[in-house]
Each structure stands twice: as structure tokens, then as C-alpha cells.
Design a protein. Structure first.
Length: 702
């Protein structure tokens, strides 16, 4: 009975993927084809129809948001709690294993996890010590990340100088960076995967334990795996070979992060008996949208062909608008959003504006603000990266692991304790000599007779607070956070508005232990945060991956942006830009608008822009072209400045309910015009949107 219930709402190909239980399987899932549905139904089918214990299924994906969605669906399908399941991101599941097993590699289980900001602070400190220009640190951090994704640690780099384009200064920084992490008992994001692979390759007994535990492996977004992630997946699956990978080579857009689209092709070689199933029915977009996506991506060589189709119908033609410059482009987008909103079919949260580079958002934000349209930037600062939140989490990290020198350095003067830069530098120098953490060095200074009473007093008061908090580390987490605020006076220091965020943090901490909460805060990103407000979403094309919206704008559809100028003369990079455009297009459900400008200010200079070369790859019948020139009858700035104050005081402001003598009750969707001739847009359920002049309409406010 349960078997049939699970298979009922699957199409033929989805059902085939769910029913293939034994042996490797590659599911090529086109955009919007229901890949998450396949993974979650497969999980439930294994558990309920084949009685595979749910703890014996390992399911890995890339974002916390995707993992949470999978958890919710699995709970719904199996009617069981998802608590404790091995279902999560590559990084979170690797961290979970290392929490149990990392002592086999000579590290302590209470290690802390450093995010990019923490790692950057260490690199900056090393560069300062080595007298290397700090402007280079971002490039160095990226290069270290790339090496770790390829499982190349400092020892291997030094042993194979010729193979990796050896740079002595960089090698010294990399060696020192690893030493600093070890001294702080810390791992960065890339270490979580690399150390897990090392653990399994150096400790066969530990690998065997997890191979026996995980009878089935499932991986979502397989096209985004890098070398280390694929190696980890192979290690898990090498015994039973019951591995299901779901992905789409047409949506591989993270080469700059180390993702290797070739892993899909390599999988077929490594698991030669793998069954290949294509999911080609798209449930998201209209036929016109899919035709544009398909015609462009078909130009890419060496792809695994898929022909997406839909039962949703032809839909609206795609719009392609050419504006004179980026300001006019942004105003056009804002005006069209306003029209769509006023027609009552779409709310603001149904609309996304995508762009290639962050610089493009400035003109868009300005245009939306001018029209009073709410928006949010997706991929901005996440909750856990706000200063006040990171400060409190840093206290928690030091309480859990006092050797975490990066977190300790962050909080030593939060709130201010008159421990200045000179004092910190002196402690750091002593720390390097002693090869100890800052905490251990401060303890030494307090007890030593070699230092002044003034220095010892400053450090002593801080260490006393930390030791007192460490003594209470076992109290329930919300109380521990409150204790931090009380002992340090932190809330008084940051003020009421930011204190509200600390209250929210305390709520998040309910029913969580110290260690797991620290891991959650370290592995959380802004992309994982829910979209609850009615606001237009602005984001880069890369950040749009995994999302969908009824209406999508892709701005900057010009050579140099889409595709990006760095890719134009490199066939591989150009292929990735096509995939990026394909991802953007397939986010749209009902309506897609491509916009471009003839001139655009980029990187401090105004440049003449040509339409994107991808336009020539789109069938002419798929889109409708519009050219927008600056409006000669544009409303003067004096009226724009005057109207909002008048309209705010008006009884007929946006959202007001009104009665018309002929059309009955309606809702005001917009108000505009001069004070002596205000016009309103009213949505009447009986007749739709009407534009009325308040002087003549005889509207009654109700």
C-alpha cells in the first residue's frame, strides 16, 4: 500500500529512478524536472518498502536550505521524525563525522570551524608578519581553498614544487596557515572535506565502519561537486556501490569554487554499470521560456543532451528590452514591476531581478527606491554574520575551545576593555615564541614576574570573565548567552536595536547544545535565510541557483556581462557562461524579461555595449523586442518630491478600501500626481483595475 502511495504522483522516468534500488545510478535531471522529489521519494521508498533503516541512508546536498527542504519532505513521506538522519550538506555531515573521529588524525574533537572572515583574519596576520602586501590576501585565500579542494596540503605542495607552479612566498603562507589552524584547534570549510577524506584513507577501520553504516548513498546537485567531494562520495560507496547521484551538467556554474562538471562523465567511468535516467519533463516554466533556455545551452559542446518539455503551454513571449543606459534600464524594470503589481496578478515576492555582477544592483536599487518598491538583496550579510551575532558566537566558541585565538582576539575588546593594539601585539608575539594560543599565553603572562602590573591587570580582568563563563559552559544554551551578556555588559554597549537580534539568537538557541549550535552558526549563509517579506528579490545569477519565481528579469543582457568579458575568448569559460544564463532563464515560471543597455558605466568608465552574443542563438519567434528611449514627459523632480508626503496623509493611500458608486468596493493599488490632481489606481473585483481622478471619481473611503 505504502509502495503504491509513494509512486502515485511520479512520472515514468521519476518512478524508474526511485525503483532502481541496487547498484549505481546517474539521474540527469533537467531544470524544474523534480529532482528533489526523486531523492526524497527514493529515500522514503527505501525506508518503507524495502525496510532500509533510515539511519543507513546518507543523503548529501550543498545548501542548508536544500537540506532542510529534503528533511521536511522525508518527514512528510515517511511519517517519521528526521532528527538524527544522515541528511545534510557535504560540510555539515563531514563535520559530524569528524566530531566523532578526528582524534585519529591527532586533533581534538572540540575543534572550531572558521568561516572565510576568520580565515582571512589569520591570513592577514601572517602576511603582516611576513611583510607581504595585505592586498594580496584574498587571492591567497582563494588559492589555498582551491588546493584543499584538490586535496593538496602544504606537505604535498612542497614535495611536488614543479607540478603546482611553486611560489615560495605563497608556500610559506600556506604552511604557516595550517600551523595556525592547528594551534587554534580549528578547521576551515575546505578542511572539513579534506580531513574526512584523509581520515578514511589513513584509517581503513574507520572507513569500513561508515561503509557498513551507510548502505545507500544519494547526492543532490552532483554537477557542483569538486575533486575532494567526489573522492569522499567514492569512498562511501566503494563497498556496496549503491550510489545515486542526481545532477545536470547544464547547470554546472561554480567552476570558480572548484566544481568540476567532468565529475558527471567520470562517474560513468568509475561506476561502469551505472544506469542513466534522464528527467526531461519540466514542471516550472512555459514553452517559450524553455525554448530560449534550450536553444542557447544546445550550443555548448560535450554536454549530455536533454530536451526539456512541458505541459504548461506556450505562455507569454519573452520580452527583450534595449534601453539607452543602465539608469533607463533600471527605470524600465521598476515601471514594469509596478504594472505587474497593479494588475493584481503578482506580488513583489513573486518577482526577481538577476544580474551578472554586484555592481549592477546600484541602479536597480535606486529605481526601486524612487518608486517606493520594497526589495531585498539575496546573498548579502547573513544573520550569523552580523557583528553583534558574530561577537556572541565568538564568546561561545572561546567558551567551547579557549585555544580559538581568532575568536578570542575578536572579543578581547567587545565591549571595550582598554586592551589596545600594542597590548594585543605584545601578547601575539609572546604567543608565537611559546607556540601557544593567545589564551594560554595570557594565562602565562598573568602568572609571570616578567611583565608589568598594568599589563597583567588588563589581561587578568578579561581572562577572569572568560574563565567564569567556561565554568558555566554546561548550562542550557539560552541561559549561557544571557550570562555572556550579563557578565560583559554587551547589551548596554550595542544598544536596543541590535539587542533585538541577540534576543532572536537566544530563541534560535532553544533545544540546542553548545557544540552543534556553534557548527550551525559557522556553516550558515545568507542564502539559507527564508524569504518571508513581500519584496522584490535582487541577486546575482550565481545566487539564483535552486530558486524559482513567477517573474524573472535578467538585466545586463550584453556582451561583457552576459557573457562576462573574461569568458569571451575562452571556449570553456564561455560554455560556463551559457550554463549560467541557462540557470537564470530556467528560474522563470510564467514570465521572462531580458534587458540591456546601449551604454553602461562599468568600473568607473562609460562603455558602449553590444547585445549579448547569446541573442543570436535564440529563435526570433521566441521573444518580442522593445526599445526604450528616455521619456520626454517624465514627471519633474519637484512633483516626485512633493507627492509622497501629500499621498501619505491622503485617505486614499495605497491599500485603502474604497467604494465607487458604479463598481462597488475596491482596493487602492497606487496613488500619484500633483496635489491638485491626484489620480489613483483601484482594483475592483467586479471590473479589474481602473485609473481614476479623485476630483471626479466620487470615491468614498470605507
Amino acid at each position: 500500500m505504502m509502495k503504491h502511495a509513494l509512486l502515485n504522483d511520479l512520472n515514468v522516468q521519476q518512478k524508474e529512478a526511485v525503483l532502481h534500488i541496487n547498484g549505481p545510478i546517474l539521474v540527469l535531471a533537467g531544470a524544474g524536472s523534480g529532482k528533489t522529489k526523486v531523492i526524497t521519494h527514493r529515500f522514503a521508498y527505501l525506508n518503507t518498502a524495502h525496510k532500509v533503516p533510515n539511519m543507513s541512508i546518507l543523503a548529501m546536498t550543498f545548501t542548508n536550505k536544500a537540506a532542510e527542504e529534503m528533511r521536511e519532505r522525508v518527514e512528510h513521506l515517511t511519517k517519521k521524525s528526521s532528527k538524527g538522519l544522515w541528511l545534510g550538506t557535504f560540510h555539515s555531515l563531514s563535520a559530524r563525522i569528524l566530531r566523532k573521529e578526528i582524534d585519529h588524525l591527532g586533533l581534538r574533537k572540540d575543534f572550531c570551524i572558521y568561516d572565510n572572515e576568520d580565515s582571512g583574519n589569520i591570513i592577514r596576520s601572517i602576511l603582516k608578519e611576513f611583510k607581504v602586501h595585505e592586498a594580496l590576501y584574498k587571492g591567497i585565500l582563494s588559492k589555498i581553498s582551491s588546493l584543499k579542494a584538490s586535496l593538496i596540503d602544504p606537505e604535498e605542495l612542497l614535495a611536488n614544487e614543479d607540478s603546482y607552479g611553486f611560489d615560495e612566498k605563497f608556500a610559506r603562507v600556506y604552511v604557516r596557515y595550517k600551523d595556525e589552524l592547528r594551534k587554534n584547534n580549528a578547521l576551515d570549510f575546505d578542511d572539513l572535506i579534506m580531513y574526512c577524506v584523509k581520515l578514511f584513507e589513513k584509517q581503513p577501520a574507520v572507513l569500513k565502519k561508515y561503509q557498513n553504516e551507510f548502505l545507500h548513498i544519494m547526492i543532490d546537485e552532483f554537477q557542483d561537486t569538486n575533486h575532494s567531494q567526489y573522492r569522499l562520495a567514492k569512498l562511501f560507496a566503494s563497498k556496496h556501490k549503491n550510489i545515486c547521484v542526481v545532477g545536470d551538467d547544464d547547470q554546472s556554474i561554480y567552476k570558480f569554487r572548484g566544481a568540476e562538471v567532468k565529475n558527471i562523465h567520470t562517474f560513468k567511468k568509475d561506476f561502469s554499470k551505472a544506469k542513466v535516467i534522464r528527467l526531461e519533463q519540466n514542471y516550472r516554466s512555459t514553452r517559450n521560456i524553455l525554448n530560449i533556455a534550450g536553444s542557447v545551452i544546445a550550443q555548448n559542446p560535450a554536454r549530455m543532451p536533454k530536451k526539456l518539455w512541458t505541459e504548461r503551454g506556450e505562455g507569454e513571449k519573452v520580452y527583450y528590452c534595449i534601453a539607452s543606459n543602465e539608469l533607463e534600464e533600471a527605470r524600465y524594470i521598476s515601471r514594469l514591476i509596478k504594472e505587474l503589481y497593479l494588475k493584481g496578478k503578482y506580488s513583489c515576492k513573486d518577482i526577481a531581478v538577476l544580474y551578472r555582477v554586484n555592481q549592477q544592483s546600484r541602479a536597480l536599487e535606486e529605481a526601486l527606491r524612487e518608486n517606493g518598491q520594497p526589495y531585498r538583496i539575496v546573498g548579502g550579510i547573513s544573520f550569523y554574520h552580523r557583528k553583534e551575532i558574530k561577537d556572541i558566537v565568538s564568546y561561545l566558541k572561546v567558551i567551547s575551545n579557549p585555544d580559538d585565538s581568532v575568536s578570542l582576539k575578536r572579543i578581547v575588546n567587545c565591549p571595550p576593555r582598554q586592551i589596545g593594539v600594542a597590548t594585543i601585539t605584545r601578547v601575539e608575539n609572546e604567543s608565537r615564541k611559546r607556540e601557544e594560543s593567545l589564551y594560554s599565553t595570557m594565562k602565562y603572562i598573568i602568572k609571570s614576574n616578567a611583565y608589568t602590573a598594568s599589563l597583567k591587570d588588563k589581561i587578568s580582568s578579561f581572562i577572569h570573565v572568560i574563565d567564569e563563563l567556561i565554568a558555566h559552559k554546561d548550562v542550557v544554551l539560552p541561559e549561557l548567552i544571557k550570562l555572556i551578556c550579563k557578565k560583559t555588559g554587551y547589551l548596554k554597549w550595542i544598544g536596543e536595536e541590535k539587542a533585538d537580534n541577540i534576543s532572536e539568537l537566544i530563541n534560535f538557541a532553544e533545544d540546542k547544545d553548545l557544540g552543534s549550535f556553534i557548527d550551525i552558526s559557522s556553516l550558515y549563509s545568507s542564502l539559507d535565510e527564508p524569504h518571508t517579506n513581500d519584496a522584490v528579490s535582487l541577486m546575482t545569477l550565481h545566487n539564483a541557483k535552486g530558486l524559482e519565481f513567477p517573474v524573472v528579469f535578467i538585466s545586463g543582457f550584453e556582451d561583457g556581462l552576459v557573457p562576462h568579458f573574461h569568458a569571451i575568448n575562452d571556449p570553456e569559460e564561455l560554455a560556463e557562461e551559457r550554463r549560467l544564463f541557462y540557470v537564470g532563464v530556467t528560474r522563470a515560471q510564467d514570465m521572462l524579461v531580458l534587458t540591456g543597455a546601449k551604454k553602461r558605466r562599468l568600473y568607473t568608465s562609460v562603455q558602449e555595449q553590444q547585445p549579448s552574443r547569446f541573442l543570436s542563438e535564440i529563435p526570433v519567434g521566441c521573444y518580442h523586442c522593445i526599445e526604450k528611449r528616455p521619456r520626454a514627459d517624465a514627471v519633474s523632480s519637484s512633483i516626485v518630491k512633493m507627492s509622497p508626503n501629500f499621498l501619505k496623509a491622503s485617505p486614499f493611500a495605497t491599500g485603502a478600501r474604497v467604494r465607487h458608486p458604479k463598481w462597488g468596493i475596491g482596493v487602492v493599488r497606487d496613488s500619484y500626481g500633483e496635489t491638485d490632481d491626484v489620480k489613483v489606481m483601484v482594483n475592483f473585483p467586479s471590473v479589474g483595475i481602473k485609473r481614476l481622478s479623485l476630483k471626479f471619481a466620487n470615491l468614498e473611503k470605507i
